[in-house]
Design a protein around this ligand. Structure first.
Ligand code: NZQ
Ligand code: ZN
Length: 386
């Protein structure tokens, strides 16, 4: 295990009715002016918007709203949000929604103190020196953005989708009420589940080995696999929603990657799909993941895939390579069983941009640490996914 630093400053208020802490918690921060950001309307339909307004009306705070943040959030919303923060002397941001809203708010929090183009953060032309504090009120279990310092934005002009992160962007506190996920349509619920599992895979299939992190990863996977069919069949099953929600947070709050170099290849090549075709992140991951696994599998690393198969899927096969192949098949079957697409063709994507996307993924970075991928590898994974 490598040396590591653990810093988890985000307070988590987990459970039913935790929204009731919002007003008091903001008062404690001495907040005078908030930016309330949300997506395309789900929080209004579910009644969460009214609950937030009721909390804010109980304290003396100015409210500026930023509605309409897109899934796969756009950098243009960041510039708009930063301007609203400056004009209204905003001193705290409330991100009410799923990963896209939270990510957009993190970028706004940083862009508020930067006079240049907010895209500069994503192309590493600048770094986050200062940021507004934010809180996340989560409505979809998927990204882990509610407890990490990362954000992923799309530049609609260049068709790039890039990530950046800073400890300064970790939410001050987050409210995780599983009942807010009852209203999710099935396709978003299952895409979130694929995203959570992919986050675990990206860290589990990486070097060096770290025993506790691996056991914790296997526990997160088992929790998700057990509870996924339940939330699909019974969207209002509180315990199952709660288990999935907490698994989503633990999957990407830093714990599973401590002392390791995460792989993240599947994410990088998925972000290319989302950038070019505006598809749902978790859907792209569900299609690519079993194919990434098959492509990188070799005689040296098959023991890790076999370990995953034995500990997560109870595979009894003694031969590592055979157990590894069975584990990959189990993964594909599981995604299929909860209703996720299995091929790019099913979601209307053909081979025409495979070369372009592979080049773009490799533009400024290495893709993959568990196995480093070159352009031919990435094109092959896309082709296997057709
Ligand atoms: O816009 P609204 O009306 O809110 O509807 C949203 C949106 O259409 C809807 N939704 C959310 N909660 C709902 C709901 N509908 C009904 N009831 C609810 N309770 O779901 C749709 C998808 O929302 P989105 O925010 O895009 O989903 P998700 O949380 O999966 O976020 C995906 C984004 O996060 C990035 C992805 O690349 C993608 O852009 N990621 C962020 C990461 C991070 N910050 O650490 C890591 C991830 O790997 C990922 O890359
Ligand atoms: Zn993800």
């Amino acid at each position: 295990m490598k040396n590591f630093l653990l810093n988890m400053p985000t307070e988590i208020f987990f459970g039913k009715n935790q929204i009731e802490v919002l007003g008091k918690r903001l008062e404690k921060e001495n907040v005078k002016s908030v930016l309330l950001a949300y997506g395309k309307g789900s929080i209004k339909k579910s009644g969460l918007y009214d609950k937030i307004i009721s909390q804010l009306s109980g304290i003396s705070v100015k409210i500026t709203e930023l509605p309409g943040i897109d899934p796969n959030p756009r950098i243009s919303s960041v510039a708009k949000g930063a301007e609203l923060c400056r004009e209204n002397k905003v001193d705290f941001i409330i991100a009410a929604g799923a990963g896209s809203v939270i990510d957009c708010c993190k970028a706004i929090a940083a862009a508020r103190y930067y006079s240049g183009d907010p895209w500069d953060f994503f192309i590493r032309r600048t770094s986050v020196k200062k940021a507004l504090p934010i809180c996340a009120i989560l409505t979809l279990a998927a990204t882990g953005s509610e407890m990490n310092g990362g954000c992923v934005l799309t530049n609609e002009e260049t068709q790039e989708k890039l990530a950046m992160g800073s400890i300064r962007l970790k939410p001050k506190f987050s409210i995780l009420d599983p009942t807010y996920t009852f209203t999710l349509p099935k396709n978003q619920t299952v895409a979130g589940i694929a995203d959570i599992m992919s986050h675990v895979f990206e860290q589990y299939f990486s070097y060096p080995d770290a025993a506790l992190q691996d056991y914790m990863s296997e526990a997160v996977l088992k929790t998700v696999i057990e509870n996924a069919p339940v939330v699909v069949a019974e969207p209002e099953n509180y315990e199952a929603r709660a288990n999935i929600m907490w698994a989503g947070t633990v999957a990407l709050n830093g714990l599973l990657e401590l002392g390791k170099d995460g792989d993240w290849a599947t994410h990088m090549i998925e972000h290319e799909l989302s950038a070019k075709y505006d598809i749902t992140h978790g859907v792209g991951l569900a299609i690519l993941t079993p194919n990434w696994m098959k492509h990188v599998l070799d005689g040296k690393n098959c023991c890790k895939f076999a370990k995953y198969g034995r500990n997560v899927w109870n595979i009894t096969e003694k031969d590592d390579m055979k157990a590894a192949l069975q584990a990959i098949e189990k993964t594909r079957e599981f995604f299929n069983s909860i209703g996720l697409p299995q091929t790019l063709s099913e979601i209307g994507i053909d081979a025409s941009k495979f070369d372009e996307m592979a080049e773009s993924a490799l533009k400024n970075t290495i893709v993959g640490t568990f196995k480093k991928l070159n352009k031919d590898d990435i094109v092959e994974i896309y082709r296997m996914s057709l």
